[in-house]
Design a binder for this molecule. Structure first.
Ligand SMILES: Nc1ncnc2c1ncn2[C@@H]1O[C@H](COP(=O)(O)OP(=O)(O)OP(=O)(O)O)[C@@H](O)[C@H]1O
Ligand SMILES: O=c1ccn([C@@H]2O[C@H](COP(=O)(O)O)[C@@H](O)[C@H]2O)c(=O)[nH]1
Ligand SMILES: [Mg+2]
Length: 246
């Protein structure tokens, strides 16, 4: 459990200020494993779930949701809310890469140059970070936010982790809205400037959309209209997640 908490602390984005009780899911499902549930009830609940492990973790294969969408479509914002309301571990590929940069490693120096250019980090680096984070989280439900970015990423993940996602959530947002949000983000990100944003939008269209198309052809994509307020979008997200079996 401590590993799970430490992993979550290190790897999840800080909760957004909009993640309040008031904004939480109106369609909230009856969680089988809410965090605040007493341990005895948790154990009982686990007897009735197919995926939970002996410590609530992933001794069997976890439910994996890839969360995709253009830059600034609101992936991180919505994942924070989903993690809180539905008990998912939130692994953001971008945050993992930024964490590697912050560690001061040689790999980090390579990564920061790629991010400034809006390009895609080599698959073996990103997949290895995600694989380790999944292992550290020991979770039975995982959101992988902002990955895979291209077909090569997808193929590398499926080869190394040995799994396809159970679903792919696609936040569909118009470009002008994404640009407006990114320019207003104000979190000191090296890629939140108009030059990099334009490059990221091109990379999204040319490399990430084909991944979404691939998973669409496999019936895995759930498209969500990502316009409106974060809370309005979360209403649609809640409907989707409440309908899932995990
Ligand atoms: N529905 C919304 N309406 C207005 N602003 C939003 C909405 N959702 C998120 N934002 C804001 O837009 C910015 C980008 O959101 P967020 O970081 O969640 O996007 P993202 O898809 O994770 O972007 P990136 O791919 O760059 O990581 C943030 O400042 C966030 O607070
Ligand atoms: O799988 C990934 C995820 C991210 N990148 C690089 O990081 C930036 C920022 O990512 P966000 O998910 O938007 O935080 C992205 O533009 C890429 O340069 C990546 O290469 N691979
Ligand atoms: Mg993000």
């Amino acid at each position: 459990m401590w590993r799970r908490r430490l992993g979550a602390f290190l790897l999840r984005s800080p909760p957004s200020s909009s993640s309040t009780a008031a904004s939480s899911c109106q369609h909230r499902r009856h969680h089988l494993l809410p965090r605040e549930e007493p341990p005895a009830l948790n154990r009982l609940a686990r007897l009735f779930t197919s995926q939970a492990g002996s410590d609530g973790g992933n001794s069997q294969k976890p439910f994996i949701a890839f969360v995709l969408g253009g830059p600034g479509s609101g992936k991180g914002t919505q994942c924070t809310k989903i993690a809180l309301d539905f008990g998912f571990a939130h692994l953001s590929a971008g945050d993992l890469l930024r964490h590697e940069i912050a560690s001061g490693s040689e790999k980090g120096e390579l990564i920061v140059d790629i991010i400034k250019e809006g390009r895609i980090v080599p698959s073996e680096i990103t997949v290895e970070l995600i694989r380790k984070a999944m292992e550290a989280s020991n979770a039975n439900k995982v959101l992988i936010d902002g990955f895979p970015r291209c077909e090569e990423n997808r193929i590398a993940f499926e080869r190394i982790v040995g799994r396809e996602p159970d679903i792919v959530v696609f936040f569909d947002c118009p470009e002008d809205e994404m640009v407006k949000r990114l320019l207003g983000r104000n979190q000191g990100r090296v890629d939140d400037n108009i030059e990099t944003i334009k490059k990221r939008l091109k990379v999204f269209e040319s490399l990430n959309i084909p991944v979404i198309d691939y998973y669409s052809s496999r019936g895995k994509v759930r498209k969500i209209n990502a316009t409106g307020t974060a809370d309005e979008i979360f209403e649609a997200v809640c409907k989707l997640f409440s309908s899932l079996r995990f």
